[in-house]
Design a protein around this ligand. Structure first.
Ligand code: HAM
Length: 424
């Protein structure tokens, strides 16, 4: 059978057998973020296009070629959010969250970028992001990095490494930018088309190129860290000292520039070796100029976002997704006329046992086919109700996974009996 309408390329379904890993990743983030004083904010998926082009930057890959932009019925240019920081800053400003406060906000949800899909790279993907506003010092940089490290450890991921850099101030970046352009111009014959196009608009991004033919010209380029002024230097040194004091390992990567224009000062990425080219699982940095650029009072800020799909594939490979622990019962009836009794028993069990997962057989079927469904459901045991048991207020329990013989219990005693199954 061919299904006439299929999903859009790069837009995935998360199937039931994958959702435990998703829930594990999402719940771990939520739990740790809340422990560090972050509060959840829920943001729209669609915003005005100008919000993204202004904050992410006109000459970034995202804005130039990856946004899902459309004109709505009112003639407004709207865009499916490609990331969460812009919308979070917009909401914080518009709703007055930054007045005399240092909000710490987190969000989660789908993001959209029209990239070429491959393993670890999708057109609809999901992020959990965190943003901390109003703190200029290196302490919050270090704490956010430590928080992200804690989350990755809680997910059972060991083979992820932390890379950090400092992009300096806009003045030092401008000087560096001029020298980079000179360097790349002097070696123009080694540049690919992408690099030529970016040479004047965004030369720092050339450093990110994965093209092996450009490895040498990139390796010989000037080093951003040589341009840092004393203040940025002191900030970077302090962040590093705090990481060292807490035992957090890192690698300084002076070529780490990030793909969004709003960054300055501290930037960082957590990279896995197991994901091939799409190895960055969590990334972020400071964006001290963005709030003011968007019309607010100058407010320092720093944040990060993690890619859920990439983390899901890592936790699955690491085998760290916890098993579902709830006891599961599957209720079978020998006569369809007992449906009313079966529903009442299941309702009463759910009320008395808040963590019990119980499913009632629906759509009839022979005893054999009902037992087959019970087995497929993953249930630990079947509850079998016949007319004589129903009349006597009893039910049969059949152990589907262990050795125990089938036996009969009073329905009143079911919660106690099922709890003992739970702890075996
Ligand atoms: P980003 O580096 O563009 O930063 O994205 C963060 C993470 O989202 C990436 O490291 C990756 O794990 C995941 N990701 C990005 N694009 C895709 C894709 N096409 N498919 C699958 N996963 C993807 C930001 O978005 C910034 N807003 C982070 C931030 C928050 N900086 C400060 N605050």
């Amino acid at each position: 059978m061919t299904i006439s309408i299929q999903n859009i390329r790069g837009f995935s379904d998360v199937l039931p057998d994958e959702s435990p890993a998703w829930q594990f990743v999402e719940q771990t983030f939520r739990h740790e973020l809340e422990r560090y004083g972050f509060d959840e904010i829920r943001l729209p998926i669609v915003e005005k296009t100008a919000l993204f082009s202004r904050s992410i930057g006109e000459v970034t890959d995202i804005v130039e070629k990856e946004m899902y932009t459309f004109t709505d019925r009112n003639g407004d240019s709207l865009t499916l959010r490609p990331e969460g920081t812009a919308g979070c800053v917009r909401a914080a400003l518009q709703r007055g969250l930054l007045h005399n406060a240092q909000p710490r906000l987190w969000y989660a949800g789908p993001m959209f970028r029209h990239e070429r899909p491959q393993k670890g790279r999708y057109r609809q993907f999901h992020q959990v992001g965190a943003e901390a506003f109003g703190v200029p010092g290196p302490d919050v940089d270090a704490e956010l990095i430590l928080l992200s490290g804690r989350i990755l450890r809680a997910l059972g991921l060991r083979d992820v490494t932390l890379e950090i850099n400092n992009l300096g101030t806009s003045e030092t970046r401008a000087r560096y930018r001029d020298d980079l352009i000179k360097h790349f111009q002097a070696h123009a014959e080694h540049l690919d088309d992408d690099a030529r196009r970016r040479l004047h608009s965004n030369p720092l991004r050339i450093l990110d190129s994965k093209n092996p033919a450009m490895a040498e010209v990139i390796a010989s380029a000037p080093d951003l860290l040589d341009y840092m002024d004393a203040e940025a230097q002191a900030h970077f040194t302090a962040v590093r000292a705090m990481l060292e004091a807490t035992g957090q390992a890192y690698r300084v990567n002076s070529r780490l520039v990030r793909g969004l224009d709003y960054y300055g000062s501290t930037v960082f990425e957590w990279v896995s070796e197991h994901l091939g080219a799409q190895g960055t699982v969590l990334a972020g940095g400071r964006y001290d100029a963005l709030v003011e650029m968007m019309g607010g009072r100058a407010t320092p800020a720093i944040g990060f976002a993690a890619g859920i799909e990439r983390l899901v594939s890592l936790v699955e490979a690491a085998g760290s997704v916890p098993d579902k622990t709830t006891t599961q019962a599957y209720l079978i009836m020998t006569e369809p006329t007992l449906a009313q009794n079966a529903l009442a028993i299941a309702e009463s069990l759910r009320t008395q046992m808040p963590t019990l997962r119980v499913q009632v057989n629906m759509g009839g079927g022979s005893m054999k086919s009902q037992l087959r469904r019970a087995d497929r459901s993953g249930a630990a045991f079947a509850l079998i109700l016949g007319p004589s048991e129903a009349a006597a207020g009893e039910i049969n329990i059949k152990d589907l996974r262990g050795e125990t013989e089938q036996y009969t219990v009073a329905i009143d005693r079911l919660p106690a009996v099922l709890s003992s199954f739970d702890s075996r």
